[in-house]
Design a protein around this ligand. Sequence first.
Ligand SMILES: C[S@@+](CC[C@H](N)C(=O)[O-])C[C@H]1O[C@@H](n2cnc3c(N)ncnc32)[C@H](O)[C@@H]1O
Length: 328
Amino acid sequence: MSKSFPNPKQIRNIYEQAYVAQILRIAILLDIFSYLKEGRSSANSVADMSNNNPVGTEKLLECLYSYGLLEKVDHEYFLTDTTRTFFLKDSSAYVGDWLLEVTNPVVFEGILDSIKTGKKISRSLPWHQLAWSESYAVDRIEDSLSLWEKAGVQPGSDSDFHVLDLACGSGVVSLALAQRYPKVRVTGVDSSEVVKAAEDLAKRLFVQDQADFIDGDVHLMSFEEEKYDAVLLGNVTGFFTVQQNKDLFMKIHQSLKPGGKLLLDVTMKRQLNMRHENLGITSLLLWSIWGTEYYSYEEYEEWLISVGYVEVTQLSSLWLIANKAISK
Ligand SMILES: C[S@@+](CC[C@H](N)C(=O)[O-])C[C@H]1O[C@@H](n2cnc3c(N)ncnc32)[C@H](O)[C@@H]1O
């Protein structure tokens, strides 16, 4: 075994990363980006407009500049494309509330209490803001196309290929397929605020005529029978209890055409053996807020087979496919 040494750099990295989130929290709480909305401004004019202390304001602006969240020329600060898009309150893609929630000390105190007592904490997340930010994640288009390709989904040019994207968020995964194949028709389901982000992305990808989005709770709504060629559940089954997943898989089975496919894009438990810091925190959040966890491929396989799916296959560490039999 190799000898290890105490590593102060590891400690420094941890608190230095935390500084960025703390500074951004302060900037969002002061709505400091809004004072740069019209263009370049000095620290003194931002302090004047925002009624804050000039020295403190300059120090804050310098922090934001040092983290690449502002640009600066000749002692005047201005917004980057990222801060203009995501941190101006009147931008449709504003994510300030999401950022405040996921870094909220109150949440982490709740988690501390959860760890001590096992009690769950109750939080409601501004999912629409995550959907807006994801709608700008261009790398997800390529990833999404790889998922469909690996799942063997190659819609032809003769008839419509119906995709139901449940808890669709930005809808990027199914909209990427629609962009590649003109016969794809997407129905996306999420809350009313979230689907606005998906509708906007559909327009930006020029596939708005191929996509409809519905405000709904996937546990409460019913789906049209034998309508869909493919159903997608992306990054959401971990938030659902075992029973909710089983019930949903059954409803989806009824909504699929014979031979139709259910695709799950989800972190599966086996990966927790890997050292990946975000999996640890996400798993902790799932447990303390939703009372759920990452499920394993074997668990999903068992639930899917129990409600009638066939050919359940793990396509990758994140992707799983299950088919509806062609004939009964
Ligand atoms: C982590 S996001 C995943 C979004 C998208 N599927 C993706 O992969 O990018 C989880 C989404 O699930 C939605 N959601 C959670 N529970 C839901 C439910 N019961 N009905 C509909 N949508 C739900 C949230 O609003 C959120 O947009």
